[in-house]
Design a protein around this ligand. Structure first.
Ligand code: G3P
Ligand code: CA
Length: 271
């Protein structure tokens, strides 16, 4: 474990379902998220994009090509246009499972109906396009569902059991916007390569509270996690699907594992 920080309890490591239970089912569909909740995931990861008519939908790519039967750029399409497409059947054409595009509001409903605490790690994609409208709509929705922690409350503290929602981004600008508008909402700075500033200062880019390196970076540079933890940061790693990577993350003191295979990772953790 990193100096100055106690080793993390294996049973306390969080398992976050990346795009739902997405190895088994089409990513970002209600079915994939319901499955992850049934499997016992501690939380759900999703990517959000703003449609041409200002709705947040859970879609990873810039276009709908890979994950639907249509063509087009998400940000140039209306929710009505996206709703005409099938976002499920691409995954296993031999056993098609038609599914509608999932809105963030529908995902928040699904979490509200889960009957237990389910965390949400929401990633803003291409947030520069709409000059802050993505973040504004995101915070408006979270507020509507009572998910915005109040400044100074336990939820808004650094306590991992605090806010059930955190906002992640590769974009420093997007994290800054969230931080300015909702200072108590935890944010995760996603990184794919080492940045020289990390480890030497307490502050992460965008004012983030949590660092989110990719597993390839962690494999290549395990010292990074120790350095981040020494600097007082919590570390969430994506996308951790291989048993050896789960073990590596446990050794390094990673707090949350973001995985396409929540059931398998939970089993490995003995849960
Ligand atoms: O959880 C963060 C991770 O999802 C970032 O990469 O491309 O899968 O959104 P990507
Ligand atoms: Ca993502």
């Amino acid at each position: 474990a990193a100096a100055g920080q106690p080793p993390l309890d294996r049973s306390a490591v969080k398992v976050i379902a990346h795009r739902g239970s997405s190895a088994a089912l089409p990513e970002h569909t209600a079915e994939a998220y319901r499955r992850a909740i049934e499997e016992g995931a501690d939380g759900l990861e999703c990517d959000v994009r703003l449609t041409a008519d200002g709705q947040l939908v859970c879609v990873h790519d810039r276009t709908v090509r890979r994950t639907s039967d249509g063509r087009g750029t998400v940000s140039a399409m209306t929710l009505a246009q996206l709703s005409e497409l099938d976002f499920g059947s691409w995954k296993s054409p031999e056993d098609p499972r038609p599914a509608s595009v999932l809105t963030l509001a529908q995902l928040l409903e699904l979490v509200a109906d889960a009957g237990r605490r389910v965390e949400l790690a929401i990633e803003t994609k291409h947030p520069t396009r709409y000059a802050g409208r993505t973040e504004a709509e995101l915070l408006r929705l979270l507020d509507r569902y009572g998910l915005l922690p109040k400044e100074g409350s336990a939820e808004g503290s650094e306590d991992p059991a605090g806010s059930p929602v955190r906002i992640m981004s590769f974009s420093e600008l997007s994290l800054h916007r969230v931080r300015r508008a909702a200072p108590a909402l935890p944010t995760v700075y996603l990184l794919e390569r080492r940045l020289p500033v990390l480890g030497r200062t307490r502050a992460l880019p965008g004012g983030a509270r949590i660092a989110g390196p990719g597993i390839e970076l962690v494999r290549r540079d395990p010292g990074l996690v120790a350095a981040l933890r020494r600097a007082g940061h919590r570390v969430h790693v994506w996308t951790v699907d291989e048993p050896a990577d789960v073990e590596l993350c446990l050794e390094l003191g990673v707090e949350a594992l973001i995985t396409n295979r929540p059931a398998q990772v939970l089993a490995q953790l003995g849960r």
